[in-house]
Write a protein that binds this ligand. Structure first.
Ligand code: MEZ
Length: 449
């Protein structure tokens, strides 16, 4: 409790207002603004829009690269409210090579899981950075679940040929976001809360900043920045009646980039996570199946034996989600229409395992459907979960786009790592890996302009 209060105070002292940013103008900028009659304008060096894992990791990287930079993260709400928290079950990356796993195998699984519609060179680079990124989170104090000899623990996840989904019970994303937030605060990142992105500002063929709106007062403010990073998340909220994406995540960055003429890649590549709460779509983590949960139809059959016999419930998400919809369509599900469902049965796992490893989804079961997963199966149906498409990344090595000065990271971006179907556990890895690259890239660019 004391720790939380101290942290909240720390965050408050890192929060700024638009007017605080105008103070940072150089004498020349002030003179130019006055001469053009435009009045003083808010400015910073690196403006990061979005405060999920990718945005926070980008901010940390930018500050570490050049501590003299003024790095500002814009967030619609509190920085800890984000879609990153909706990756509950774990983060993929090879941290244990003792059982034959390798970066190449992680890459192979990712390419295959993505139905081969993947840029294989970038995917290998991504997998090579995912393992070290997990060890870095561990070093920063992330409370990973542990093996008996103290190493970061991994659980099986869909489409993976080795066990490499590292986790903190079923709150992995939430904790990743908080570790990155602590790091950002420690490194002097500033936060502009309660602001949303209206548009990217461009001039002479380059990105010059962004136009923001204060969602409390409605006030509109342009902010000039040497480099802008769009880390605004995906666009799955268009499936508003069943999605695991939070209300605040509305794809603003992808839309703004498109309006500014930056290509929108693979827009049709949207992932439906197999297990969402029937009413509303809140996530029931894949870890439920990773820990041994069964999917059952109205005949009491583990129907995945007819679709992915070798992998059963741990097939890639597109295969499992399609199987569930097929069971429902062919009359082997329960209920009707939009309220139809199949069962996710965890009862055989026992109370101890559910309490230790899956406490959050037990809470979700009770909250949304009045079901205690210790006693009864959960009712589930696929939910819109992740956009594999997004802002086209021109160069993976710095996460730059075709618009000079504009960078992107996380779910907002598309490097073509995930193809037509992202593997569970690869989104948190994507957030921290591409976030770091984008932060480095933006800081380097800001330092040269
Ligand atoms: O990567 C994800 O989407 C993830 C870990 C989700 C989950 O089921 O927990």
């Amino acid at each position: 409790m004391t720790q939380q209060i101290t942290r909240r105070k720390f965050l408050q002292s890192a929060c700024i207002t638009i007017s605080a940013l105008t103070v940072n103008m150089s004498g020349l900028e002030k003179a130019l603004a006055a001469a053009s009659g435009s009045g003083p304008m808010a400015t910073c060096d690196v403006l990061i829009i979005g405060s999920g894992g990718a945005g926070l990791r980008a901010a940390v990287a930018a500050m570490k690269k050049n501590p003299k930079l003024n790095v500002v993260v814009v967030t619609k709400c509190m920085p800890s409210r984000n879609a990153t928290c909706m990756a509950e079950g774990g983060i993929n990356g090879v941290t244990d090579f003792s059982k034959g796993d390798s970066y190449e195998l992680h890459c192979y699984d990712t390419v295959k899981g993505g139905d081969y519609l993947v840029d294989q060179t970038s995917t290998l680079k991504f997998c090579q950075q995912a393992g070290p990124a997990i060890l870095e989170l561990d070093y920063l104090g992330m409370p990973f679940s542990r093996t008996e000899d103290g190493r970061v623990k991994a659980r099986p996840f869909g489409g993976a040929s080795k066990v490499r989904c590292n986790y903190s019970a079923d709150k992995t994303g939430h904790i990743v976001a908080h570790v990155c937030l602590d790091e950002a605060l420690t490194h002097g990142v500033k936060f502009l809360m309660d602001h949303e992105l209206l548009d990217i500002a461009t001039a002479d063929g380059r990105c010059e900043g962004a136009v923001l709106r204060n969602i409390r007062t409605g006030e509109i403010s342009p902010v000039r920045a040497k480099a802008v990073v769009l880390a605004t998340g995906g666009y799955t909220r268009i499936f508003w009646n069943r999605t695991s994406t939070p209300y605040i995540s509305t794809g603003d960055g992808v839309a703004a980039a498109l309006r500014a003429g930056v290509p929108f890649k693979d827009p049709e590549m949207i992932q439906f996570h197999p297990t969402g709460v029937v009413h509303g779509g809140v996530l029931i983590t894949e870890a439920a199946r990773g820990e041994g949960g069964y999917l059952l139809n109205n005949k009491g059959e583990r129907f995945m034996k007819n679709y992915a016999p070798a992998k059963m419930e741990l097939g890639p998400r597109d295969i499992v989600a399609r199987a569930i919809e097929t069971e429902i369509r062919e009359g082997r599900g329960f209920g009707h229409g939009l309220e139809a469902y199949v069962l996710l049965d965890l009862v055989h796992l026992g109370k101890k395992k559910i309490v230790n490893d899956l406490p959050q989804i037990r809470h979700v079961g009770k909250l949304f459907e009045n079901i205690d997963l210790v006693e009864k199966p959960m009712i589930i149906r696929p939910t819109a979960h992740y956009s594999m498409g997004g802002i086209d990344v021109d160069k993976f090595d710095d996460m730059s786009t075709t618009l000079p000065g504009l960078f992107t990271a996380g779910e907002a971006s598309c490097v073509s790592i995930h193809g037509a179907n992202r593997l569970g556990g690869n989104s948190l890895a994507d957030a921290v890996v591409t976030g770091k690259i984008a932060g480095d890239g933006a800081a380097a660019y800001a330092g040269t302009t």
